[in-house]
Design a binder for this molecule. Structure first.
Ligand code: AMP
Length: 132
């Protein structure tokens, strides 16, 4: 059975997509730790990130770097942090979490309430600043 992220990639379930190329997709996390919390996934469905080929792991991280640059430009956090955990969804992904102030909780879980309209706006703001 496909993972929920494959369903998002294939457009079978909705998501606030930010940017994509042939091999990767970035979209907003539905339970954000901070405004602009974005997930980067390889389109190939592989559970454990360290099972990715060297090429796919490298291209995923380089794609994440470009998305993080877009987040930094669009939302002006102090910096964007990354977490790779993968205990919930068995489809490799990188969490990009903007850090707006020192001491901001930096963990997974819905630390902020972000409404649908704002999610839509955030996806566009970031998308407009990402240069692939
Ligand atoms: P983890 O597997 O623990 O690294 O985290 C999985 C992440 O996927 C969590 O932060 C969830 O909020 C997020 N997530 C789960 N389902 C969706 C979805 N349909 N759209 C966007 N994000 C999701």
């Amino acid at each position: 059975m496909s993972t929920i992220f494959t369903k998002i990639i294939e457009g079978d379930i909705p998501a606030h997509k930010v940017v994509e190329n042939d091999d990767h997709l970035a979209f907003l996390d539905i339970n954000p730790s901070a405004e602009g919390h974005t997930l980067v996934v390889p389109k190939k469905e592989i559970d454990y990130i360290f099972d990715l080929s060297d090429e796919l792991l490298t291209s995923t991280m380089l794609f994440a770097k470009k998305v993080a640059a877009g987040i930094d430009k669009a939302l002006d956090p102090i910096r964007t942090g990354i977490i790779v955990e993968g205990m919930e969804v068995p489809h490799a992904h990188v969490h990009l979490i903007p850090i707006y102030k020192k001491g901001q909780p930096f963990s997974l879980g819905a630390n902020v309430e972000v409404g649908e309209e704002r999610m839509k706006e955030l996806a566009k703001l970031i998308s407009d600043e990402v240069q692939l």
